[in-house]
Design a protein around this ligand. Sequence first.
Ligand SMILES: Cc1cc2nc3c(=O)[nH]c(=O)nc-3n(C[C@H](O)[C@H](O)[C@H](O)COP(=O)(O)OP(=O)(O)OC[C@H]3O[C@@H](n4cnc5c(N)ncnc54)[C@H](O)[C@@H]3O)c2cc1C
Length: 267
Amino acid sequence: MRKFENIKPVYSRKVRKVIEENYRVKTIEIEHDMRDALPGQFLMVWVPGEGERPMSIGNSNPLTISVASVGKVSSKLHELRAGDMVSYRGPFGRPFRIPKDAKSMLVIGGGYGVVPMYFLARVAKQNGMGVYSVVGGKTGKDIIWEKQLFTVSKEAFITTDDGSRGKKGTVMIEAEWLIGEKKIDQVYACGPEKMMLAAAKVCHDHGMPCQVSVERHMKCGVGICGSCDINGHLCCQDGPVFTGEEVLSMPDFGKRKRDASGKNVDI
Ligand SMILES: Cc1cc2nc3c(=O)[nH]c(=O)nc-3n(C[C@H](O)[C@H](O)[C@H](O)COP(=O)(O)OP(=O)(O)OC[C@H]3O[C@@H](n4cnc5c(N)ncnc54)[C@H](O)[C@@H]3O)c2cc1C
């Protein structure tokens, strides 16, 4: 029996600033210092008449989300302007965990997955940890937030599938090299699921602890509806951050997910 102790207040706050990051992602800064938000957690952001969607927290003060316009709710969020009101619940979910004895970390971000990675890296650097980072995208135009992430990194790398920025290939080219070369205690990844599957496998092969942030279709965000189930794990409550070993034990990870109707579809 699950406990629903995760009910959080609904906020309605003013949009402070909207930043156009690229052709499909906008960052929305909200006039809110959400002090209880931790890296890896998410908000359930509400667009009246359209629905609610989970969005990763990119910063706690000012509270920040970065939204890719891909459908119904995200395209409406792209219409927000400074001074508009935005409504949300949160923060929700199991955050990234930093082991007490860890001294250095590698963060891997693909697409808008770099946003929660920055929040984590910033907190880690404040706590004296060394941060290595790799940011990837399909093309140079898909790379966002690299400047923010690079300011808190000891060493940082870019990769693109087409080679238009940084090294040509996936983030794993640089990540695997860093894991082999540097003294890294923990790896964190957020981005396309196939990328995170590759990261979990590489870390497993190197005996390196790893955590990844999993995206599934969510309706309630608090463990009631079950729509974000992945092989018996609720992404909203048990995740979104899972260990590499946890996701490698989930047959659907990197392969199948539920669509809005609950039907299992290929990724
Ligand atoms: C924990 C968590 C954190 C998330 N963080 C973010 C975030 O920081 N920024 C962000 O933009 N989104 C994030 N998402 C995804 C977000 O919640 C929505 O799924 C996404 O915005 C689509 O909602 P929509 O209503 O616009 O699209 P819908 O109308 O629901 O879907 C339209 C179509 O787009 C497809 N689609 C859904 N998501 C994507 C995608 N990412 N890329 C391409 N196609 C897609 C759907 O399969 C569907 O075919 C997160 C999801 C989870 C579970």
